[in-house]
Design a protein around this ligand. Structure first.
Ligand SMILES: [Zn+2]
Length: 272
């Protein structure tokens, strides 16, 4: 299949869509420098998810192995500090402003969709730049670059990584002054807002799957759900993925390049 033709086909479908839902995976943030956790070079090649990916594992690694965690944490923070929304994030923000896109469902916790102008975002794995109170559950958004800068300053000075030291990195709850944690879903915790994500997929007329391989729940099911209720499915992914059965359009490209091209065609079509 000719990729250029597929891009034009995607632009045509989107230009005529009323309710598009974008389902985004790690592939969309990879181009912002955030390595996908599961891929070669990703975080899970350096660390065992059982050691830091669960709340219990994290606490036990912290107390037993602080030397292992501090460099990892600094590297992670620096990666998120450098990240900026890329053309794919910006294209989704623009599609929403054009009235074509209704909702972004994302697995990413990096806040880049919101920074790119998307307003309706379902973050199924939470947001690393939002705190959640461990007592009252209240949440609060943090300013990404500022909190990273402050945190890096504190972490670089740390000799050991105690639970108290970690707790001091995040501001306390505004309501009840209890400690807070990042509002992200760790291994073994329940994924967020799943009914909302499925409802969005059921009601859309186009589902745009970007940078998701189809192995992580719920992203793996959303294109199938959308297809079942009659939506068209557009898949953007340079790698093999599990959606070939349901995709009406398949663009084997990286997210930024593909979405940049698609939005150019849509601008032309909607300007006519
Ligand atoms: Zn609270």
């Amino acid at each position: 299949m000719n990729t250029e033709m597929e891009i034009k086909k995607a632009a045509n479908i989107l230009a005529n869509a009323k309710r598009t839902v974008a389902s985004c995976g790690a592939g969309i943030s990879a181009e912002s420098g955030i390595a996908t956790f599961r891929d070669p070079g990703g975080v899970w090649e350096k660390l065992n998810p059982a050691e830091v990916g669960t709340a219990g594992g994290l606490i036990s690694t912290l107390t037993r192995n602080p030397h292992k965690l501090i460099p990892f944490f600094i590297e992670l923070l620096e990666t998120f500090q450098k990240a900026e929304p890329n053309p794919a994030h910006l294209a989704l923000g623009e599609l929403e402003r054009m009235g074509i896109l209704q909702t972004v469902v994302t697995q990413n916790i990096d806040n880049l969709h919101i920074e790119a102008g998307s307003r309706s975002v379902i973050e199924v794995h939470g947001n690393g730049f939002r705190t959640r109170c461990i007592s009252c559950g209240g949440t609060e958004r943090l300013e990404r670059k500022r909190i990273i800068k402050d945190t890096l300053k504190k972490v670089r000075k740390m000799q050991e990584f105690t639970i108290e030291a970690i707790a001091s990195l995040l501001p306390p709850c505004r309501n009840c002054l209890s400690p807070t944690r990042p509002d992200v879903v760790m291994f073994g915790e329940t994924v967020k807002d799943i009914p909302e994500a499925f409802e969005a997929a059921r009601r859309c007329d186009v589902l745009l799957a970007i940078g998701t391989s189809g192995t992580v729940y719920p992203a793996a099911y959303l294109p199938f759900q959308a297809k079942e209720t009659g939506a068209k499915v557009i898949v953007v992914n340079p790698n093999e993925n599990a959606f070939s059965e349901v995709s009406d359009v398949y663009i084997p490209m990286k997210a930024g390049a593909a979405m940049g091209e698609i939005i150019k065609y849509i601008r032309k079509l909607t300007a006519l």
